[in-house]
Design a protein around this ligand. Structure first.
Ligand code: DER
Length: 226
């Protein structure tokens, strides 16, 4: 099966955990897209009723509306389940997220999820966080050069994310620095150091948050738990 078919399979397994009446966190990215579409299908077919969705990005909110998932603004909902993708999944389910640019809203919402369920294809599996993906760091535009200097003092390489020759701008109006480090031995210490850097809004290190992950491989969908 091709990668997209695998991603969709993982998404279906996560949506199978959604029951009528639930408040569901809607992730962002090409895998979460399949979950939102499946949720819409189940609502349209009547299999699910009373679902409230809260989206982690304008793009996901728009898709949810298009496929018939009722969406609310995020204020203080408790989410029965949140379904989202990831860029790296470590054996203990620590994650790197944010290559889709939604890391700040994702983290704020997913910290309030009773169950954070990750969906991905096998290319996201790593032995150690930082093996493949950079760590997206959302930073405010004001004084960006000084913030980048502080990040470089932490040992970060990498550059500001650009899209079409312009700086990539998040839904929150901020910029993203895709930080690369030589070798990350202590992800939680790095997460703390990054977060404490003036000018940093949030990082793509989602540590100790995911409950399970449905990972689609050519041999089938693997269910990983923490
Ligand atoms: O940006 C994000 O956090 C996305 O969830 C990303 O981590 C996964 O996107 P993908 O499913 O398109 O690979």
């Amino acid at each position: 099966a091709d990668l997209e078919a695998l991603k969709k399979e993982a998404a279906l397994r996560a949506v199978a955990l959604v029951e009528s009446g639930m408040c569901v966190g809607l992730g962002t990215g090409s895998t979460a897209k399949y979950a939102i579409e499946e949720l819409g299908r189940k609502i349209s077919s009547g299999e699910l009723t009373g679902i409230i969705g809260v989206a982690t990005s304008n793009a996901s909110e728009q898709l949810a509306r298009e496929v018939g998932v009722p969406v609310e603004e995020f204020d203080c909902q408790q989410f029965d389940v949140a379904i989202d993708g990831a860029d790296e999944i470590a054996p203990n389910l620590d994650l790197i997220k944010g290559l889709g640019g939604a890391l700040t809203r994702e983290k704020l919402l997913e910290l309030r999820a009773h169950r954070l369920v990750i969906i991905a294809d096998h290319t996201k599996l790593v032995k150690r966080i930082g093996e493949k993906a950079p760590i997206p760091v959302e930073i405010v535009r004001f004084g960006v050069a000084s913030t980048l200097e502080r990040l470089r003092d932490l040992g970060a390489g990498g550059e500001l994310r650009s899209r079409g020759g312009e700086h990539f701008v998040t839904d929150n109006g901020n910029l993203i620095f895709d930080a690369r480090f030589a070798r990350i031995d202590d992800a939680s210490a790095l997460a703390r150091d990054l977060k404490l850097t003036a000018g940093v809004v949030e990082t793509g290190l989602f540590l100790g948050m995911a409950e399970r992950a449905f990972v689609a491989t050519p041999e089938g969908v693997r269910e990983l738990t923490r």
